[in-house]
Design a protein around this ligand. Sequence first.
Ligand SMILES: N[C@@H](CCC(=O)N[C@@H](CS)C(=O)NCC(=O)O)C(=O)O
Length: 221
Amino acid sequence: MPLDPAADIVITGFGHVPKFAQGVVRDLRLRWALEEIGRPYRVELLDAMAPKPDDYCQWQPFGQVPAFDDGKVRMFESGAILLYLGEQDERLLPRDEALRWQAVTWLIAALNSVEPSLMQIVSLDVFQAREPWAKEARPGAVGFARSRLSCLADALGDREWLAGPFTIADIMMVTVLRHLRHTDIIAGFPGLAAYQARGEARPAFQQALADQMSGFAVPAD
Ligand SMILES: N[C@@H](CCC(=O)N[C@@H](CS)C(=O)NCC(=O)O)C(=O)O
């Protein structure tokens, strides 16, 4: 059971978030990776709505979560932290050079080529939902996201995971796809829906999600 109040590894998360964000806050990526390799960790929960203390911004300059500290390195950015954890365990990042760089490539693709287009829809549906232009902008944003998802679905084909074995690339991509769980857009790509479900069925994901949810006062959707 990796959650351990005496662990050397500390990550940050939020103590409470609105319902739409429960189960997608990005500390989930770290929790999932740590569960996959059985590394104990503890969590410092911050108030999502309050200004972040100055000392926290020296750790995470944007005042966001997650941040990570294992006593050796202090880091922020979920992708960088997954790479760091992958360096330490081949169950997250293969030692074979070709597979390893495939995994790194797909991790960056998830962050840089897929996540922004999906977050645009989240912004319109949640953060900007009351803006008069949000409704008009949505079809264009959905069209763009679908074009990215279509390329992703083609690239994945009928493979189980993006880089061959399960890697940090899958932790990143599955958590990115979860941003659209309030829509039926992923369901329009059956291969991607099955891929997401495969990732979410892993016991390490289930444990990570349950632990994140237990930090929130309001139950999940
Ligand atoms: N690129 C960062 C993004 C972190 C991020 O957006 N965190 C969100 C929670 S999932 C957050 O802290 N939002 C509050 C804010 O931006 O002030 C990462 O991947 O770590």
